[in-house]
Design a protein around this ligand. Sequence first.
Ligand code: XCC
Ligand code: SF4
Length: 630
Amino acid sequence: MGDFKLTTIEENEAITNRLLETGAKVGADSWQLRVKNQTPHCKFGEQGVCCRICSMGPCRITPKAPRGICGCDAHGIVGRNFLRFTAGGCAAHSDHGREIAHTLYQAKPEGPYKVKDPEKLIRIAKEWNIETEGKDIYDLAHEVAYVALGEYGKIEGYQNFTSRAPEHTRELWKKAEITPRAVDREIATAMHMTHMGNTSKPEALVRQSFRTGLSDGWGGSMTGTEFSDVLFGTPTPIETEANLGVMVAENVNIVVHGHDPSLSELICEYADDPEMIAYAKSKGAKGITVSGVCCTSNEVAMRRGIPMAGNFLQQENVVLTGACEAIVVDVQCIFPALGPLSKCFHTKFVTTSPICQMPDSDFVRFDAATAGENAKAIVKMAIDNFENRNPDLVYIPDTKQKATVGYSLEAIVKTLDGVTNSQVDETGTTKPLLQCITSGVIRGAVAMVGCNNPKIRPDYLHVELMKKMIANDIVIIASGCSAQAAAKAGLMDKAAKDLCGAGLKRVCELADIPPVLHMGSCVDISRMLMLAAELSKDSGLNISQLPVVGCAPEWMSEKAVSIGNYVVATGLDTFLGVDPYVSGSDQMCELLTNGVRDWVEAAYTVEKDLDKLGDLMIERIEEKRAALGI
Ligand code: XCC
Ligand code: SF4
């Protein structure tokens, strides 16, 4: 095993506790303290039986009061809440995708935004029947971006990207009437259906939840992923590091946080600029370190190897190191707590998007036209702030792990090509991977995704489930904060192959990959959809027949519910470790965990117990194998 050792949950907790001591010294608040104030949570909210969509209420369902004032029962209220939750998530992901399409629309040969992957751009244009012959690549970029922006409000037809789904899947969607139309329309329909005095029938609410989710996965999120690749390059395997130890005490530390890579890409560029580095040196620093939190971090790690300081529940920790000159955020998953917290230190909390404005922050309004200047100003602001650091408060734990990241679908196909050299004629397909699966060398795959949630010991379920899966020869594809949990633990170090069963270990060695593959940010779960679609087409099997399942063990955001809906609706069984506020309606529970199987050949499983959750996933994968006779 050499020197390889995973970083344990206990070690990470010890680091957090040490940082909280610094916090206590400066009178800082923390999520750990706020959780105490919020516990126990409101039972009505937890069960999803509180309705406040009209001012006759709020109404809540109890055995004594089984209906709201309008007469809506628990099933209608839970269903409406579930759909609104989905709509919120779809809106966030999809609007992020729209921003990226908009950035592509403004791409210019002289920058700051350029076309880095023209091949992918041409591929999408052809897919969408846009003439490519003899066209200037920037003209084509604008044309394709324009069509992509139109996808959000298209008057008729369905999301263009749904044509990537296997035919059988599309047939199921058609029959269930859940093929996603315009993204904005699905969100508006969701809001309309859940207005007072509209739908209260659970089945209809779940159908629209799926259609809204699908407009995210096969619409907005896929737009975010594909056009980020066009603009910033399609990820290929790259070395990086993860955990708070990636911050460097002698350097100016800039932490990027959020989701949209447009800003962080430029911050990384300017932080690398010799002029800026010289400026940092003139201020007494040795250099500049950019690291990341949440999905912005995943984006720049996948493309540039920028280290990952941490995931969702570590965002306060980066400030608590006392060595963060600036935490620069774009959109989503940003704690408003960062404002007051940064005031306890010298840290500049820089908000940049009109979508995400917070008190106690410096707002540098960022847009594509002024992006270069904005990014430069932010880097300079961080450098100027270095001298304001209080050395007595600085503590950077030296814990970090190596990670190989950057496994886009393209990269996975290419990497696994080498595994079965008999398959030289199959270059560019998923057949080598399928062969590993059918032969049983790999039993299956789990898509591990989603957040941290204080209801669960941070990273515990992510890491323990991954360890269990790889020990059972199940390969992990990971994204979002789940991927970062893996990286921090060391599961993205190629040496982690030693924790695998013999089959998976052999594949890791032959292909030179870690057993947990980083597929990117949360919008990049669209990469997983594309992988599932390719596996289905290359094998001739339906997606639901593949020994592949999804899992979000520590999820917390509305986006995660939107994701869950599109993953299930695409035919992949999805396992959750946190209940999506539906326990107040047995009809909703029945539908989501069973009934929807009739429409999409997959369903949800909610299980809070670690061992049971892991066993259920393995069982499901083995069931699918048995059904195929492999
Ligand atoms: Fe946010 Fe994407 Fe969740 Fe992490 S995993 S806490 S949504 S950053 Ni998407
Ligand atoms: Fe109450 Fe019905 Fe109004 Fe909801 S819509 S708050 S259940 S009266």
